[in-house]
Write a protein that binds this ligand. Structure first.
Ligand code: FAD
Length: 450
């Protein structure tokens, strides 16, 4: 009996229900990862996420090997590759943890059909979300569109199950199927190598993810509610890319947080926003392409000003907090949540650039670029999303900087020219007040649309 475990956004050994189920069967286990950039609708990873994936796979391969197994790497459409590997390896069963994006679900159900037709057992498990999207329904049986009642309904469910222990052994077959060479996938940048800042800021992999959680719960969680909006405070968990790639499971995060004995309600409700983003994507698979609120289809976007978009991407808008955030993103592959909201609001509501352009830039540059959270939050800021900030609430980046970065520590680090006074500052691309008014006028047209 040989069982294939198909790894996806769950690059870990601990609390991995599919792996656990495979190990409970007799016989060897083959660990497989498929780089699928060909299946219709499956979004290819952006540059920063590809960098992360490379290192995360490297870390996983080492851990599997330490426990006696091999991680097999293959590239191609998963609907073909998974059954091919199962067949070549003589596998009797294929197990995986579920995904919740529309295109991914189609791929997974096609794999399941093919395997079952070939007489191979195929089984999926819940490992990446605490509350699977179809299990949380309103009184009328529909899905939630507002966060607070959604999270209340989640918290009224039985608590998430305890995490599964990490296996001591992952016994591989005597002759595992051939694997691609990870380096040959070219996931890391070479010419030029722009990943220096990412290497400095991050350590991908399951062990690093666990350390991060432990450090956060020991050192920062008490300050979380007070200072989570201050970009220089460094009190947030920085777990997002680890959760994105499933190096740590939300079940582990939940249980360790709760058993830390600290006040973790505020932190767990942010984990709740992650759940809500997936809940929304599950019920609206076009989240990255279409306005959730169709009234926004009538929004009169002006013709795209490519220069303004480029200046925003490069952190050269003439607005201190926006420029600081965009440079932090470019350098490190992340940006503090408060600043993400400010730069997004500035792009959409001051530069009047369609949120989809911003979403795409974040998709390419964030190490935590997530199929649900990224478009969900962009639409939240733009006003077209679920439980969104009303369109007329326009963040003023100068007021935000005064409130959340009063000592200029954040701006001083990422855009020091605004603080030092030594250099000539760039001319602002637009006048904040006038552009705000222009956005509000445009919004009047949406308000009237039905
Ligand atoms: P913490 O404050 O420690 O929160 C713990 C965890 O909760 C995070 O790791 C994350 O998994 C989750 N979380 C927190 N806030 C949110 C949120 N608003 N929505 C969904 N999940 C949340 N987050 C991503 O993981 N991927 C993205 O692609 C992404 N794109 C974003 C785009 C925009 C325009 C905005 C405004 C926010 C985006 N976020 C995204 C949400 C948020 O900014 C990050 O999750 C957060 O900054 C990560 O830092 P942390 O791990 O220290 O968070």
């Amino acid at each position: 009996m040989t069982t294939l475990v198909w790894f996806r956004d769950d690059l870990r050994l601990a609390d991995h229900p599919a792996l656990r189920a495979a190990l409970e069967k007799e016989g060897p286990v083959i660990c497989l990862y498929v780089l699928d950039e060909e299946s219709a609708g499956v979004r290819s990873l952006g540059g920063a996420a590809r960098w992360w994936l490379h290192h995360s796979l490297e870390a996983l391969a080492d851990r599997v090997q330490d426990r006696g197994g091999t991680l097999v790497l293959r590239r191609g459409p998963a609907a073909d590759v998974v059954p091919e590997v199962a067949d070549a390896a003589g596998a009797d069963a294929v197990f995986w943890n579920r995904r919740y994006g529309g295109a991914e679900r189609e791929v997974d159900s096609s794999v399941k059909d093919t395997l079952r037709q070939a007489g191979i057992e195929a089984h999926s498990f819940a490992g990446s979300l605490l509350f699977e999207p179809w299990t949380i329904t309103t009184g009328q049986g529909g899905h939630y569109k507002v966060f607070t009642p959604f999270w209340k309904a989640c918290l009224a469910e039985p608590p998430p199950r305890a995490p599964l222990p990490e296996p001591r052994e992952v016994p591989g077959p005597a002759s595992p199927p051939a694997s691609d060479d990870l380096d040959a996938w070219g996931l890391t940048p070479t010419a030029p190598d722009w990943a220096g800042g990412l290497r400095e800021a991050w350590e991908p992999g399951e062990l690093a993810a666990r350390r991060r959680l432990r450090d956060f719960l020991e050192q920062d969680v008490d300050e979380y509610d007070r200072a989570r909006d201050e970009p220089a405070a460094g009190t947030t968990s920085l777990l997002s890319p680890h959760l994105r790639f499933g190096e740590i499971s939300p079940y582990t995060v939940w249980h360790e947080a709760v058993s830390s004995g600290r006040d973790v309600g505020g932190f767990l409700s942010e984990i709740g926003w992650r759940e809500f983003a997936w809940h929304t994507l599950y019920h609206f698979p076009a989240l990255a392409r279409e306005n959730l609120n169709a009234r926004f289809d009538a929004f009169p976007w002006p013709e795209l000003n490519e220069d303004h978009l480029r200046f925003w991407q490069q952190g050269r808008t003439g607005v201190a907090l926006v420029d600081a955030g965009m440079r932090e993103l470019w350098e490190t592959g992340t940006m503090h949540n408060r600043v993400r909201m400010v730069v997004a609001s500035y792009l959409v509501k001051n530069l009047m650039i369609d949120w989809r352009h911003g979403e795409e830039w974040f998709w390419d540059t964030l190490v935590d670029a997530d199929e649900a959270s990224n478009p969900f939050n962009w639409q939240w800021v733009a006003g077209s999303g679920a439980d969104a900030a009303p369109y007329f609430r326009i963040f003023n980046p100068e007021t935000q900087a005064k409130k959340f970065d009063p000592q200029h520590q954040y701006v001083g680090r990422w855009a020091p020219e605004y603080v030092s006074g030594d250099e000539l500052l760039p001319e602002p691309l637009v006048d904040l007040r006038a552009s705000r008014q222009q956005a509000l006028d445009a919004y009047e047209e949406v308000k009237g649309a039905s």
